[in-house]
Write a protein that binds this ligand. Structure first.
Ligand SMILES: Cc1cc2nc3c(=O)[nH]c(=O)nc-3n(C[C@H](O)[C@H](O)[C@H](O)COP(=O)(O)OP(=O)(O)OC[C@H]3O[C@@H](n4cnc5c(N)ncnc54)[C@H](O)[C@@H]3O)c2cc1C
Length: 396
């Protein structure tokens, strides 16, 4: 027999950081929300692995959204590290420096662990009276001009005005809405790991463009009174496989050499993890009674550390469209969906273009590309307006 249908205003599919933020924001805007997806994995720090391997550099705009969602004050301040400056090295010694002081901002970004962000957003959703959790998976949906009906893997039936697809790169919502996606692998895997450092990082995020891929060391809060950093090494697939297979101490020694021991000898704080890299662009952000947010809509190369920022930007824009809607429009009205899509087109397109161009330029192993990228870095470093424009983009 058919189960009773739960009626909501919005169904948010996906319990990653973007889905949690979307559900919380919609509930705070007064909507009745069904939040569908598995419980996010919990991170428990230990003496060997005191930090989550998933580390995010959040833009001030993302932190602003989390403040508005009342989630940011719940973050454990001892686990947060501001980024005061950024230093980028080309593969022939060219250098590009950004700093918060020069950009007239308090910080360039804020480093936070995924586990910590998930913890506070989940707590927010648990306390929000408007959010009902369904620990199941989205399976299908049928849409009509005035409603959408969703069926979950456990047989639950939901009816709503809009479905928000926050279900990541392989989005089932995107497929069910008939939105195609252009997806290409980068033939690279990001290797992430945390290390103790010998020298203070002074809140600096370092990035090296090398002939073995892009190596980034992000500053972490001190651990047991000593500096710590987080590695993101976007390496060609074969090298990445090798990096992931070698013992943590060997990887630490390799990263020490690769980064010219700028922070002294590194020692491992936990094991490494790998993420296959790809770019993905959905042909549309919306369809009848459906909108996509986060990686369901766009996946960008992590070299600029902007994927989550872009996803939280989607949520922020959707909440702004909701807040400004005319009282006669229901929340799944095509006009609102189109406003959202139009507003997001430029920031998403710009980020995609920048990260893709950099990934390609620095992935090419020929002398012309090498000269071009190093000249480019030095040029940006010397041309103040260009530098400011890049910083503005990164700040969101
Ligand atoms: C190495 C690396 C470093 C990065 N660093 C940064 C950084 O510094 N700053 C930054 O801004 N971004 C960064 N990113 C990008 C960032 O990780 C992603 O953009 C972000 O996590 C996407 O979040 P999401 O919630 O959209 O998707 P996901 O995290 O993929 O979440 C999707 C959720 O949907 C659920 N789901 C899937 N299918 C279904 C279904 N059928 N039904 C219900 N639920 C479903 C999944 O279980 C999951 O919970 C980095 C990425 C990588 C790989």
């Amino acid at each position: 027999m058919d189960r009773a249908v739960e009626t909501k205003d919005a169904v948010v599919v996906g319990t990653g950081l973007v889905g949690l933020a979307a559900a919380l924001g919609c509930a705070q805007a007064g909507l009745r929300v069904a939040l569908v997806g598995p419980a996010p994995p919990k991170f428990r720090p230990s003496a060997q692995a005191p930090f989550d391997e998933r580390i995010y550099a959040l833009s001030p705009a993302s932190v602003g959204l989390l403040v508005r969602l009342k989630a940011w004050p719940q973050i454990d301040a001892t686990r947060v590290q501001p980024v005061a400056r950024m230093r980028v090295f080309g593969d022939t010694g060219a250098r590009l420096d950004f700093d918060a002081y020069g950009a007239a901002v308090e910080r360039l970004a804020t480093i936070v662990e995924e586990g910590e962000l998930a913890r506070v957003l989940e707590a927010g959703c648990a306390y929000a009276s408007g959010v009902q959790r369904f620990e199941s998976a989205f399976e299908t949906m049928t849409r009509s001009t005035d409603a959408v009906r969703v069926t979950l893997a456990d047989g639950t039936a939901l009816a709503a005005k809009v479905v928000i697809g926050a279900d990541g790169a392989n989005s089932a919502v995107r497929a069910a809405a008939g939105i195609s996606a252009d997806e290409r692998p980068y033939a690279q895997t990001a290797v992430v790991a945390n290390f103790r450092a010998e020298r203070a990082h002074d809140g600096t995020a370092y990035q090296w463009f090398t002939d073995e891929g892009v190596v980034a060391l992000l500053p972490l809060p001190d651990f047991e009174g000593r500096p710590a950093v987080s590695l993101v090494w976007s390496a060609p697939t074969d090298l990445a496989r090798h990096l992931l297979e070698e013992p943590p101490q060997t990887l630490a020694e390799r990263v020490t050499r690769r980064t010219a021991a700028l922070l002294g000898a590194l020692t491992p704080l936990g094991a490494a993890r790998g993420f296959a890299l790809r770019r993905l662009t959905a042909a549309h952000l919306v369809a009848q009674r459906v909108l996509l947010v986060g990686d369901a809509a766009h996946v960008v190369h992590p070299l600029a550390g902007q994927g989550l920022n872009l996803g939280l930007g989607d949520v922020s824009e959707w909440l702004a469209v909701l807040a400004a809607r005319e009282p006669f429009r229901d929340i799944g009205d095509t006009v609102l969906l189109r406003r959202y899509e139009r507003a997001r087109a430029e920031p998403i397109g710009l980020m995609r273009f920048t990260t893709d161009a950099l990934a390609k330029l620095f992935g090419l192993d020929d002398p012309v590309a090498r000269r071009l990228r190093n000249t480019g870095l030095s040029l940006v470093d010397r041309v103040a307006p260009l530098k400011r424009a890049l910083i503005r983009q990164a700040l969101g």
